[in-house]
Design a protein around this ligand. Sequence first.
Ligand code: NAP
Length: 265
Amino acid sequence: MRGQQALIDTEPLRQQLLATMSQQAVLVPTASLHNKVALITGASRGIGKGCALELARRGCSIIVNYANSKAGADEVVKEIENLGTGAKAVSIQADVSKVAEIERLFQESKKAFGKVNIVMSNSGTESWDKTEDITEEKFDHVFNLNARAQFFVGQAAWKHLEQDGRLILMSSIAAGLLGVKDHSLYNASKMAVIGMIKAFASDFGSRGITVNGVAPGGIKSDMFTQNAWHYVSTAARYLQIFQCANDASRSPVAPQTGQRTRLRS
Ligand SMILES: NC(=O)c1ccc[n+]([C@@H]2O[C@H](COP(=O)([O-])OP(=O)(O)OC[C@H]3O[C@@H](n4cnc5c(N)ncnc54)[C@H](OP(=O)(O)O)[C@@H]3O)[C@@H](O)[C@H]2O)c1
């Protein structure tokens, strides 16, 4: 392979991935969440909206938080109340990158429903910036929403959640990905969330509150539509690496020579 790029056939793996992705969703028997209340940040669209509707199908009442999309949030409220499961909903505007607004969000939520049993800290933003170009303002914008807000929503959850409540924080598969260019801000901000999940889980146990994290891969949403293409070249590289791992004769590190096989980019 000296001086020559390995040509790796990724088609079988691509087919395997597509077959896996087209499998039927595993349906978990519906646990009743009647008389429970969930506060979901960023529930006006995307993943937060999907979670709001799923919890409401199980009877859970929902606080639909949003930053700017009042119409979207009000539509989610309407959809929830039309489900006919007894779930109620209200929309509350709050910018969770500001601690004072997080506190107001929890106060108004308790005023609406009297209690909060589940908190899902979901709001987030993407960032594709060359490391050398990242300004202090850009750093603060991404970290304030993706990391700092997750911390302070978690802290408010500790204060306001009912005994034996549930807290879910949103990370991303990107937190653990190697080889994605121009992604240091998003990657690091989502990695910080993993640290919070692990530490909160120990701290919150004394009140019976479970803390879990979600680190999704690609989920179709506005964020996905705007950003998924950035990941394509990395995904292609990963496919090549998996192919190499499955095929010893084309190992990325040839065992006899220790010479590295170059992957096409
Ligand atoms: N989609 C994916 O493939 C994917 C993969 C991994 C992780 N994630 C993570 O999952 C979460 C949701 O992603 P998504 O794809 O659903 O994103 P999205 O479609 O862009 O929706 C973002 C949501 O966050 C809200 N939001 C934005 N800034 C806010 C602020 N300052 N205060 C309160 N809410 C704010 C938005 O409210 P407005 O509508 O009012 O703007 C919206 O409801 C994010 O943390 C993201 O990083 C997504």
